[in-house]
Design a protein around this ligand. Structure first.
Ligand SMILES: Cc1cc2nc3c(=O)[nH]c(=O)nc-3n(C[C@H](O)[C@H](O)[C@H](O)COP(=O)(O)O)c2cc1C
Length: 193
């Protein structure tokens, strides 16, 4: 087998999260390449239970930012006084996808497996089952980031915006039985590495 360690090492080492994007579209062929590599991710319990929603519509991306900001405003109202400054810094990262030309949103289902086989599944088994499917999304997300990097694009693995998960699902017409694993903005970086 061809030795790929060094090019892979270079790819991994040069990848850094990108949160500011140039106003430049990503070629459809590149979006397909990223999806293709993401689909090679390993998965839990023999079930490849994720799908990737791709959002390129700028008006929808703006609306997503609005929905996330609404949720962080709600949290702002519940803050303890001594955490206000810390929260403001933290909350800027909930909408780091705002300038991206495209969002990859892995969604997943939690099929019942072991917890269904048991007469009375304890909460920890149900949780374990759920966690396995959530963890599967990490593999998908990392491959999206590395695939983007290999194409000269940047991205960021984001779970902050999922504070508005239900609103986002509604806006994007994602079925109620699916969960959002992350929002991964992808595009050409406009920030210094
Ligand atoms: C599960 C997960 C969730 C993350 N959520 C966010 C997020 O909501 N907003 C953000 O700006 N970055 C987010 N990040 C990116 C991390 O901040 C980033 O990966 C980390 O600081 C390391 O920097 P690097 O990716 O440049 O190596 C997330 C990363 C992971 C793994």
């Amino acid at each position: 087998m061809k030795e790929l360690y060094y090019p892979f090492k270079e790819l991994c080492e040069q990848r850094r999260s990108v949160r500011q994007f140039a106003d430049q579209a990503v070629a459809t062929a590149d979006l397909e390449k990223i999806k293709h590599l993401a689909a090679t991710a390993p998965y839990a319990s023999g079930r490849k239970n994720w799908e990737i929603v791709v959002v390129e519509d700028k008006a929808i991306i703006r609306e997503l930012v609005h929905l996330v900001n609404q949720r962080s405003d709600e949290l702002r109202n519940q803050l303890k006084d001594n955490f206000r400054e810390e929260f403001e810094v933290y909350a800027t990262h909930f909408t780091s996808f705002a300038t991206a030309p495209v969002l990859f949103i892995p969604t997943f289902r939690i099929p019942v497996g072991l917890s269904y086989m048991l007469t009375n599944a304890e909460e920890r088994i149900v949780q374990w089952e759920r966690d396995s499917y959530v963890k599967s999304i990490s593999g998908v997300a990392l491959l999206i980031l590395l695939a983007a990097e290999s194409l000269g694009l940047g991205g960021c693995y984001m779970t902050g915006p999922l504070l508005a998960e239900e609103d986002i699902k509604q806006l994007l017409s994602i079925r109620p039985d699916r969960n959002l694993g992350a929002i991964i903005p992808v595009g050409y970086s406009s920030q210094q590495k």
